[in-house]
Design a protein around this ligand. Structure first.
Ligand code: UT7
Length: 326
């Protein structure tokens, strides 16, 4: 049984936060943010908008494209590090919002690699015949875990969601492989110290000492990201006896234009074969690849038979790749 992406969707908050507005919040400049990251603006969720809000909307759009009814969905995986609640899972809330009453639903925590991990799990369910239609969603509201006084991190992240419907298929237009990797020795280079069992939200020091916020050793993460994304992409090529010349389009995790450029260079890909939208959305963690995938798909950038490489890296560390014959 092959596995095919039959629908893509994305949903983003309406509110745009520009670099010029950030200049009013912290000691930064449009020039620094643009040259060091490539980001010009990001979307910020409004009061009353939650991770499940955008997840459900992105899923609806993907289901409409796939022609999938809510009751046909067997499994809902929501990759997120910013769930609505510690429990129940955001996936169960999305199930309720969609009316997907026959689905099993759970969240997946793999930071910025969450969508690739989700594809990998969905692939196994479909190939084994354990499910027929699956929603894999990446959705984040990172604006609620960043410290808006910390210029090292607050300029980087944004909110939004992307989703795909995956189905079993007999055809060639299918997911060729997924590869996932973890390196837990560096878990503390990118993480949110507060609100779990180590620094519970119930301990007043968690807020008072700023442990609630996402923290990152940007420079170290940068170096690991370039190496790991290259490795993950090469693992996909080797497993399919392909070379970089066969890649029609690369959709990398959208964290930093310089990481994207270094990864494309390592693979020998020109910018015409790399899709980016981080200038408009910043780093949306698990949502970044599915949002970009939906935009590339709707813009007609992906032609049938195009070999699509998706590659991610994130906190954990986690990393991975997915190769698709579109
Ligand atoms: O999504 C998961 C993976 N995450 C990533 O892949 C992110 C990886 N890391 C990065 O993208 C980059 O490391 C950053 C964009 C976070 C930082 O860029 P960098 O070139 O590594 O800068 P840096 O951290 O080495 O900082 C250089 C200087 C520092 O000043 P000093 O100490 O040299 O005087 C920072 O304080 O830039 C300063 N700086 C800023 N200046 C203006 C840091 N942030 C800002 C800012 N505006 N927003």
């Amino acid at each position: 049984m092959n596995v095919r992406i039959t629908g893509t969707g994305s949903a983003l908050p309406g509110k745009i936060l520009t670099n010029a507005e950030l200049e009013q919040l912290v000691d930064t400049s449009d020039e620094w943010i643009t040259t060091r990251t490539g980001i010009k603006e990001r979307r910020i969720a409004a009061e009353g908008e939650y991770t499940s809000t955008f997840a459900a909307e992105a899923a609806r759009r993907a289901m409409t494209m796939a022609g999938a009814l809510p009751e046909e969905i067997d499994l809902i995986i929501v990759a997120t590090v910013t769930p609505d609640f510690p429990f129940p899972s955001t996936a169960c809330i999305v199930q309720d919002l969609l009316g997907a009453s026959n689905a099993t639903a759970f969240d997946l925590s793999a930071a910025c690699s969450g969508f690739i991990y989700g594809l990998s799990i969905a692939e196994k369910y479909l190939r084994s015949g354990s499910a027929r239609k699956i929603l894999v969603i990446g959705s984040e509201i990172l604006s609620r875990v960043v410290d808006w006084k910390d210029r090292n991190t607050c300029v980087l992240f944004g909110d939004g969601a992307g989703a795909v419907v995956l189905e079993g298929s007999e055809g060639d237009h299918s997911l060729l492989s997924t590869h996932t990797f973890s390196n837990g020795t560096h878990w503390n280079l990118l993480y949110q110290p507060g609100s779990g069992s180590r620094n519970p939200a119930t301990d007043p020091r968690t807020i008072a000492e700023g442990r609630i916020y996402l923290t990152m050793e940007g420079n170290d993460v940068f170096k690991h990201a370039v190496r790991a994304m290259g490795e993950a992409a090469e693992a996909a090529l080797a497993a399919n006896s392909l070379s970089a010349a066969d890649i029609g389009l690369l959709i990398p995790h959208q964290a930093n234009q310089r990481i994207v450029d270094a990864t494309s260079k390592r693979l020998g890909l020109g910018s015409d074969r790399v899709f980016t939208n981080l200038d408009r959305y910043g780093n949306t963690s698990s949502a970044s690849i599915p949002i970009a995938l939906d935009e590339a798909n709707r813009q007609g950038v992906l032609k049938p038979g195009c070999k699509l490489m998706m590659v991610a890296f994130g906190g954990g560390f986690t990393y991975g790749s997915a190769l698709v014959n579109w």
